[in-house]
Ligand binder design. Structure first.
Ligand code: GTP
Ligand code: MG
Length: 198
C-alpha cells in the first residue's frame, strides 16, 4: 500500500456519523498522549495529516483518512482515553463510543494499539484488548516513544509486554516504535498491508 497518499476524509463524533461501513480500515487507539496522531503522520510521511498536541485529549472525534484516494481503504485516528482532566461523564461517553465502534464496525480489519513504552498496559488497554478478543479482531501493539529509553530497557519492556500477552498470542503482536526516530515503520507497514489486503 502507498501510505504517503493518505488524505483526510471526515471527522465523526459517533458511530452513526462514520462513513459507510464498507471496504476496509485500520484504526489507531491508545491512551491520550500515547502518540497515535504522531504515528499516523510518521507512517504516512506527512507532517500534519493528523493533529498532534502536547495537550492530551486533543483528538476527540473519530478521524478518517483515505489511502490512494480510495474511500474503501481507510486509516482511523480514534480519540485517546484516560486523560485525567476530562470530566468523568465525558470519559464514559467516549469509552461507550469507542466500544461501540470496536464491536460493530465490520470494515475494521485490525487495531493498532499504541502504548508509551515506559508505561504500557493500562487497565483500559487491557479492556480494549478484551473487546478486540470478543470479535477476534487482530491487534498490533506499538510501544511508542522508544527513543525515550535506551536499547536495553526498551527491549526489556517489549519482552514484558509479550509475556503478559501470551494468552492472546494468536491475535496480538507487539513491536517497539518511535515516530520521532522513524523506528519500526517497516514492521508496522507489513502488518497493515496484510490487514488492508483483505
Ligand atoms: P491524543 O490525540 O490526545 O489522544 O494524543 P495522541 O495519542 O494522538 O498523541 P500525539 O501524537 O498528539 O503525541 C503526544 C505527544 O507525544 C506530542 O508532544 C508528541 O510530540 C509526542 N510524541 C509522539 N510520538 C513520539 C515519539 O516517538 N517520540 C517522542 N520523543 N515523542 C513523541
Ligand atoms: Mg491524537
Amino acid at each position: 500500500r502507498n501510505y504517503q497518499t493518505a488524505s483526510f476524509l471526515i471527522s465523526a463524533p459517533t458511530l452513526a456519523k462514520c462513513p459507510l461501513d464498507q471496504g476496509v480500515e485500520v484504526a489507531f487507539a491508545g491512551r491520550s498522549n500515547a502518540g497515535k496522531s504522531s504515528a499516523i503522520n510518521a507512517l504516512t510521511q506527512q507532517r500534519a495529516l493528523a493533529r498532534t498536541s502536547k495537550t492530551p485529549g486533543r483528538t476527540q472525534l473519530i478521524n478518517f483518512f483515505t489511502l490512494q484516494n480510495d474511500d474503501q481503504l481507510r486509516l482511523v485516528d480514534l480519540p485517546g482515553y484516560g486523560y485525567a482532566k476530562v470530566p468523568e461523564a465525558m470519559k464514559k461517553e467516549w469509552q461507550a463510543h469507542l466500544a461501540d465502534y470496536l464491536h460493530r464496525r465490520r470494515s475494521l480489519a485490525g487495531l493498532i494499539l499504541l502504548m508509551d513504552v515506559r508505561h504500557p498496559l493500562s487497565d483500559f488497554d487491557i479492556q480494549l484488548l478484551e473487546m478486540a478478543d470478543d470479535r477476534e479482531l487482530p491487534v498490533h501493539i506499538l510501544l511508542t516513544k522508544a527513543d525515550k529509553l535506551k536499547q536495553g530497557p526498551a527491549k526489556a519492556s517489549l519482552q514484558q509486554v509479550k509475556q503478559r500477552l501470551a494468552e492472546w498470542e494468536d491475535l496480538v503482536s507487539v513491536q517497539l516504535f518511535s515516530s520521532l526516530k522513524r523506528q519500526g515503520l517497516d514492521q508496522a507497514y507489513s502488518v497493515m498491508d496484510r490487514w488492508l489486503a483483505r
